[in-house]
Design a protein. Structure first.
Length: 147
């Protein structure tokens, strides 16, 4: 016969072993990118702050973004960035890139933009297509900058 304290210890060990399933399941959801800020530079190029959103339940390593950029329905070229960053699950982060528009663009009080392309990750090795459409407005007191 087992000692009186051995049976509760065995039950507790069994319960703990049943809970050790490796944590919550890893679910991959497509990532997206959007423009957080656009600043027109003196040489005509644009300094763009991209926000990358990781909707997966675990951290992912982002290595490349390639997207067509249009402003007010007019295609202006390819926006490319190599972020080389990790973003934890269900979170976002920003990276900066430079973009030279194919045509001179004049902005009014706000900018309607669209991004359509792919985001590549290396951990895990995935490629997501995405489409984002939104608007940017002038930043008060900061010329040629839109958020």
């Amino acid at each position: 016969m087992l000692p009186r304290h051995a049976l509760p210890a065995m039950l507790l060990t069994g319960l703990l072993a049943a809970c050790g399933s490796g944590g919550p399941p890893r679910k991959v959801h497509p990532s997206t990118a959007s423009i957080q800020q656009l600043a027109v530079q003196a040489d005509g190029s644009w300094k763009i702050t991209l926000r990358i959103q990781n909707y997966s339940t675990f951290a992912m390593h982002y290595r490349r973004i390639d997207a067509g950029l249009s402003i007010d329905g007019k295609e202006l070229g390819r926006l490319e960035a190599t972020p080389d960053i990790d973003i934890v699950g269900n979170n976002g982060d920003v990276v900066e890139t430079t973009f030279r528009p194919a045509a001179k663009t004049m902005f009014g009080t706000d900018i309607a933009y669209a991004l359509k392309g792919t985001i590549e990750t290396s951990e895990p090795n995935e490629s997501f297509t995405f489409e984002t459409a939104s608007r940017l407005t002038p930043v008060p007191g900061v010329p040629d900058t839109y958020r």
